[in-house]
Design a binder for this molecule. Structure first.
Ligand SMILES: NC(=O)c1ccc[n+]([C@@H]2O[C@H](COP(=O)([O-])OP(=O)(O)OC[C@H]3O[C@@H](n4cnc5c(N)ncnc54)[C@H](O)[C@@H]3O)[C@@H](O)[C@H]2O)c1
Length: 447
C-alpha cells in the first residue's frame, strides 16, 4: 500500500501544471464581467484584496485536527495565477470595458481611473445575439450569418484567434438572462443539435451557440445565468466527448445564498416552514432585462427550486408540505446594482407555535458575483487539467457557486451551502490524493 505522501505525490503529478497564459472568454461584458476584470487588475496591482473568493482567500484543512495543516487553497491545488489571466469577450454594445464599467456604475470612479488604460484596451467582439431571446435589449454590434451554424462558427473563429495569444482557455457566460426555455427534441442528442444549428431551430439560443463553440474547441464552459444553455443532453454529450468540463447555472450571490444557509438550519432543527416570501428591488441592466416576464420566468424557476430540494417535503410532510414560496424581482432604477432583498419567513416550532424571521439584505449584486466568477474560471481550468475530472462533463463539485446546480440525470442537486462547500473541498482533497474529511472524529477519543 502506498503511503499518504506517495498518494499525494502521484495524484498531484497527474494534474497538468498551470503554465502559461489562461485566456478568459466572456459572452456578456456588463456589470458582472467588468467588475470581475477590473477587480482582477486592481488585485494584480496590489490596490485591492480578492475578498469573497474562496480560491484566493479560502483555506483547506488537511489531515487530522491535531496536524495543524490548513494551507490556502491556491497554495494547495495548482491554480492559474491571477497574473496569467488574459481577458476577451463579446457584447452587443460597442465601446471598451472602461465605458462598460462606467455604464454599470458598480465601481467608484477613483478606482476605475487607476486601471483605466487597462480597461480601455479590451473591446468586446460583436455578439451572436437575437432579440427574440432577450426582449429588453437591442443589439448594436452583432454578428450576421446565413444560419445559427454560421454564427457559431464565427464564434469558433474568434476563439481560434484568441488561442494564438493564450495557452489555455475557459469560457464563462455573464450575458443577460434569456427567455424561459424547456428541453426540446433538438436538445436531446449532439447530432440533432448540430442539425438544428443548420436548420435555425428556434430552441437553440444564443448562449447555446457560444457553449457549443467552446466545447467544440475543447474549452470548459461555465454558465453564470439561469438559462438552459448547457443543461441539455446534446451539450453534455459534447462536453464528455471533448473532455471539456461544464457547470452551471445562475451565480448564487444574494438572496439565494442566504436562503441556502437559513433553510438547512431550519431543516436540521426540524422546525416547520409555512411560508417564505422573497422580494427584491434592483435597478441595473440585469433588473431591466428581468422586468420582461419571459426572462423573469427563467430566473424565477432557478430561484424557486432551492427550498423544495433542501426541505424534502415528501420525507417531512408535517413540516414542509404546505410551504408557500414566492419570489419577486422588481425593477427599480434608483438603486442601480445595489440590490435590496427582503425575506419574510413564517416558521413554526414545538407543538406548532408560529414564529417569524425577517431578512433585509442590502447587497451589491456584482460585488458578490465577481469573486464567484473568478473562482469558477480558475476551478474550471483546474478541472480541464485534472484527469479524473475532465471527462465527467458536469462538474457537480462546483454547485457551491450556483442557485440551480446542474447534476447528473436522475441525481437531485445539492442546494445546502455547507454540503456544497464540503463537496468542493473534498473534491480538491481527492484530486490531490489527500484523505477526505468526514468529521467522524472517533479516533481522537480511542486508546
Ligand atoms: N450579479 C449577480 O449577482 C448575478 C447573480 C446571478 C446571476 N446573474 C446573471 O449574470 C448575468 C450578467 O449579469 P449582469 O448584472 O452583468 O448583467 P448586465 O446586463 O450588466 O450584463 C449582461 C451583458 O450581456 C450582454 N448580452 C446579452 N446577450 C448577449 C449575447 N447573446 N452575446 C453577448 N452579450 C450578450 C448584454 O448586452 C449585457 O451587456 C445575468 O444573466 C444575470 O441574471 C447575476
Amino acid at each position: 500500500m502506498s503511503t499518504p505522501n506517495a498518494a499525494v505525490t502521484e495524484a498531484a503529478a497527474s494534474i497538468t501544471p498551470a503554465q502559461g497564459k489562461l485566456g478568459v472568454m466572456i459572452p456578456g461584458m456588463g456589470a458582472v464581467a467588468t467588475t470581475l476584470i477590473a477587480g482582477v487588475e486592481a488585485i494584480r496591482r496590489g490596490l485591492a484584496l480578492p475578498i469573497g473568493s474562496t480560491s484566493q482567500m479560502g483555506t483547506i484543512r488537511l489531515g487530522k485536527r491535531t496536524e495543524a495543516r490548513s494551507p490556502l487553497i491556491k497554495d494547495f491545488v495548482p491554480l492559474a495565477s491571477l497574473d496569467d489571466l488574459v481577458f476577451t469577450g463579446w457584447d452587443i454594445f460597442g465601446g471598451n470595458l472602461y465605458d462598460a464599467a462606467k455604464t454599470a456604475q458598480v465601481l467608484d470612479n477613483d478606482q476605475l481611473q487607476q486601471i483605466r488604460p487597462f480597461l480601455e484596451s479590451i473591446e468586446p467582439l460583436p455578439a451572436a445575439f437575437n432579440q427574440h431571446y432577450v426582449k429588453r435589449l437591442e443589439g448594436k454590434t452583432v454578428k450576421t450569418g446565413k444560419n445559427k451554424c454560421d454564427l457559431a462558427n464565427q464564434i469558433r473563429n474568434d476563439i481560434a484567434e484568441f488561442k494564438t495569444r493564450t495557452d489555455r482557455q475557459v469560457m464563462i457566460w455573464c450575458g443577460s438572462t434569456e427567455i424561459y426555455m424547456e428541453q426540446a427534441p433538438v436538445h436531446q442528442t449532439l447530432a440533432a443539435f448540430e442539425k438544428g444549428l443548420v436548420e435555425d431551430d428556434p430552441a437553440i439560443t444564443p448562449s447555446m451557440l457560444y457553449a457549443w463553440a467552446a466545447l467544440k474547441e475543447g474549452i470548459p464552459f461555465a454558465n453564470g445565468a439561469p438559462n438552459l444553455t448547457v443543461d441539455i443532453p446534446a451539450l453534455q454529450e459534447l462536453s464528455k466527448k471533448m473532455n471539456a468540463p461544464i457547470c452551471g447555472k445562475d451565480f448564487k450571490t444574494g438572496q439565494t445564498f442566504i436562503k441556502t444557509v437559513l433553510a438547512p438550519a431550519f431543516k436540521v432543527r426540524n422546525l416547520g416552514v409555512a411560508g417564505w416570501y422573497s422580494t427584491n428591488i434592483l435597478g441595473n441592466r440585469d433588473g431591466e432585462v428581468l422586468d420582461d416576464p419571459e426572462s423573469f420566468k427563467t430566473k424565477e424557476v432557478s430561484k424557486l427550486g432551492v427550498l423544495e430540494h433542501i426541505f424534502q417535503p415528501e420525507l417531512h410532510p408535517e413540516l414542509y408540505k404546505d410551504l408557500y414560496h414566492k419570489v419577486r424581482i422588481n425593477y427599480y432604477p434608483p438603486r442601480g446594482d445595489n440590490k435590496e432583498g427582503w425575506d419574510n419567513i413564517d416558521i413554526f416550532g414545538w407543538l406548532g407555535y408560529p414564529m417569524q424571521l425577517k431578512v433585509d439584505f442590502l447587497c451589491r449584486d456584482s460585488i458578490l458575483a465577481a469573486p464567484l466568477a473568478l473562482d469558477l474560471i480558475l476551478f474550471m481550468d483546474l478541472a480541464a487539467r485534472t484527469p479524473s475530472l475532465r471527462g465527467l462533463g458536469i462538474q457537480e463539485w462546483l454547485s457551491f457557486y450556483f442557485k440551480d446546480p446542474d447534476s447528473a440525470p436522475g441525481v437531485y442537486p445539492e442546494h445546502d451551502l455547507f454540503i456544497q462547500n464540503m463537496k468542493l473541498k473534498n473534491t480538491l482533497r481527492h484530486i490531490m490524493g489527500e484523505s477526505l474529511i468526514t468529521h467522524l472524529g472517533l479516533d481522537y477519543y480511542g486508546e
